[in-house]
Design a protein around this ligand. Structure first.
Ligand code: ARG
Length: 241
């Protein structure tokens, strides 16, 4: 009898202990409409950012799960704690830095213009004046286009929808980050990329200002995967020609 009682007590201590130590699962928000950084293959979300967060969380010893949502919903979801991190090819802009923290930059890029192959009059943002231009809602590309005088901006949730409208003559151009743009041009006939039109942008992971410890952990993990060659391996997998 005494033995059984001891067992019951031990089991209870064990179970309570487990509950108390239950590891937090960090929810990583993304918008899987942005190949090769995050996109869907069947019902799986894959891409550079997804593999990057896998490496970083493993190194930092934290658990995570990915949540797909609209791009313009990511920062509000972060502020309201529906998600804990944003890994979504997000540019660390000065404006966004006012409300969230960013890790060290993990990728440098810029905005480009996509036009139909026979379009030779569009060489810079200035040439978009008076034109119908597509951009992804809430992105830096959207900001640039919406700033152009007399432009007719059409905002999309999914970049591929903008590409389809461009191909169908419904809009004159699309402003998008360089890598997804090149990706679409490779896979779609009749469109081309105009490069060298924007300043450099730095992608980084966004998190709440108060999550300082998490920021430290991720930055440290990033240093480690840069030093041990894992970051380079991932980079080459997606970006070496
Ligand atoms: N770099 C741009 C921005 O931060 C676009 C990012 C879009 N990312 C995405 N997963 N849809 O505004």
């Amino acid at each position: 009898m005494k033995k059984i009682l001891t067992l019951v007590i031990l089991a209870t201590i064990f179970l309570v202990g487990c509950g108390g130590n239950k590891e937090k699962t960090y929810v990583v928000g993304t918008n899987a409409e942005f190949p090769p950084f995050e996109y869907r293959e069947g019902d799986k979300i894959i891409g550079f950012d997804i593999e990057l967060i896998e490496l970083l969380t493993k190194e930092a010893g934290i658990k995570y799960e990915v949540k797909d949502m609209s791009f313009d919903g990511l920062l509000p979801a972060l502020q309201t704690k529906k998600i804990d991190l944003v890994v979504s090819g997000m540019t660390a802009t000065e404006e966004r830095k006012k409300s969230v923290n960013f890790t060290k930059s993990y990728y440098s890029t810029s905005q480009v213009i996509i036009v139909r192959e026979n379009q030779n009059n569009i060489k810079s943002f200035d040439d978009l004046v008076g034109k119908k231009v597509g951009a992804m809602i809430g992105t830096t590309g959207d900001l640039i286009v919406s700033d152009i005088k007399d432009v007719n901006v059409k905002k999309y949730n999914a970049s591929y929808a903008a590409i389809l409208d461009l191909k169908a003559d419904k809009i004159d151009a699309v402003v998008l980050d360089s890598e997804p743009a090149k990706n679409y041009v490779k896979q779609n006939k009749g469109i081309k990329v105009i490069e060298g039109v924007s300043v450099t942008e730095e992608y980084a992971i966004a998190l709440r200002k108060e999550d300082k410890e998490l920021l430290e952990k991720l930055n440290k993990a990033f240093e480690t995967i840069k030093a041990n060659g894992e970051y380079k391996k991932l980079y080459d997998k997606y970006f070496s020609k």
